[in-house]
Design a protein around this ligand. Structure first.
Ligand code: PLP
Length: 444
């Protein structure tokens, strides 16, 4: 077996699926078997595979200028063009962009920029960050500490206290409700918990709250109606910035330009990666408002320069990939397409799976969804040990479909944005057979 570290599996090389090539929404293993990529790789290949326009744009840029950086007084055209383009798209006034390579490093950048900004304006005590249970924000030191999944915190002595990170409730009614609580009561309770926590901690010590508009990697959680309105009212009341992690939800995924639009969030900060370049080249962006940037570079700022940046920050080919991706989204009306096909996928998922004995909840928005696999449909008790999710993923593979089980038993769907309604039908037909056979296997 090749000496590769595979962090999330104990499978041997022969048990692993070895992907060889791909086209459109399909990937093929080394035996030539075809699969629908129902998770867009890792929630990222929005334009599918083998897009020649993207390949040409990247090749052209590599031919012209294969590397340049943005340190010590240097810049280049693709990074400037990309920032100008994004500025016209994001719901942040007079936005400024820092480019990195991954969602994790973009969140670490934000963590540092917030610290830097509050130091620069003479408020170093305003440095706590609120995150939520079941949030996923990456694996680097700050992003991993902001993440609330046990595997990301356990064993690492994640410096949660040293980084001044506070945790609040996950906005998941299905698993978080108490007794006969209604959705509205659930929302009021968790918002009240948050407000009490803010008061107890002292609002003047809290910089921001990070949130995925729709939580992806820890279960595709769509917060109940009214949650974000109340959440933002509390955060604004206490002068706490709203930090939207749009690494999965950005660029059409939820049926609108951003998850913030779909969920009614007015962000102060945003984080992007994945669909920013449709995964044709690694790139991420940390977005801040102009008023924050201006203080960071103001003559009165006595904390020194913002000492941060990666070798590959704003790599010219990554910027070219992102620019072409954004051009294709716009030209082909892909956010509208995602809204229409997403509505169709959500409706079909509910029709096919709501009454399925193995499915406790069907949830999602646009082209992101999950089926919660349960051992008892009435109580919602989960299948022990994440066994439902693992079996279902394997059964999907047998049917020629790649899906992913997240948070144990949530079977997640996140196909490329270019998927058609006919392809959704095909994907859900394969998924239905797989969920049926998983149900039979668990009963046996
Ligand atoms: N934030 C969110 C919401 C994510 O879903 C992910 C990855 O799935 C990340 C951050 C981390 O991104 P990356 O894996 O590119 O570091």
């Amino acid at each position: 077996m090749a000496p590769v570290i595979y962090p999330t599996t104990n499978l041997t090389a022969t048990e692993q699926m070895c992907i060889d090539h791909a086209q459109g929404i399909y990937v093929y293993d080394t035996d030539g078997k075809e699969y629908i990529e129902g998770l867009a790789g890792l929630w990222c290949t929005s334009l599918g595979y083998g897009n020649t326009e993207l390949i040409e744009a990247i090749t052209e840029q590599l031919t012209k200028l294969s590397f340049s950086h943005t340190f010590g007084g240097k810049t280049h055209a693709p990074i400037q063009e990309l920032a100008e383009k994004l500025k016209t798209m994001v719901p942040i006034e007079d936005a400024y962009f820092f480019f990195g390579n991954s969602g994790s490093d973009a969140n670490d950048t934000h963590y540092k920029m917030l610290r830097y900004y509050f130091n620069a304006i003479g408020k170093p005590e305003k440095r706590k960050i609120i995150t939520r249970e079941r949030g996923y924000h990456g694996v680097t030191v700050a992003a991993g500490s902001l993440t609330s999944l046990p595997a990301n915190l356990a064993h690492f002595d994640a410096p949660v206290e040293a980084l001044h990170i506070l945790r609040s409730d996950a906005p998941h009614y299905y698993t978080g409700r108490k007794g006969n609580e209604t959705e509205a009561q659930f929302v009021d309770r968790i918002i009240d918990n948050l407000e009490q926590q803010i008061i107890a901690e002292d609002p003047d010590t809290i910089a921001a709250m990070i949130m995925e508009p729709i939580t992806g990697a820890s279960g595709v959680i769509v917060p109940p109606e009214g949650y974000y309105e109340k959440l933002q009212a509390v955060l604004r009341k206490y002068g706490i910035l709203v930090w939207a992690d749009e690494v999965i939800t950005g660029f059409g995924r939820t049926g609108a330009d951003f998850g913030c639009t779909t969920m009614g969030i007015k962000p102060d900060l945003m984080t992007f990666a994945k669909q920013l370049s449709s995964a044709y080249f690694p790139i991420s962006a940390s977005v801040i408002p102009g008023w924050m940037y201006k203080e960071m570079v103001a003559p009165s700022n006595e904390v020194g320069v913002f000492g941060h940046g990666y070798t590959y920050s704003g790599h010219p080919a990554a910027c070219a990939a992102a620019l072409k991706t954004l051009e294709i989204y716009e030209r082909d009306n892909l956010f509208d397409h995602a809204a229409e096909v997403g509505d169709y996928m959500q409706a079909q998922l509910r029709e096919i799976f709501t009454d399925h004995p193995l499915v406790g909840e069907v949830r999602g928005k646009g082209l992101i969804a999950a089926l919660e696999l349960v051992s008892n449909k009435t109580t919602g008790a989960t299948v022990p040990g994440g066994k439902g999710g693992a079996l279902a993923v394997k059964a999907c593979q047998d049917e020629g479909l790649i899906l992913r089980a997240v948070a144990g038993n949530a079977l997640a769907f996140c196909p490329p944005l270019i998927i058609t309604k006919a392809e959704v039908d095909d994907m859900l037909k394969r998924a239905k057979s797989a969920v049926d056979s998983t149900y039979e296997a668990l009963k046996a």
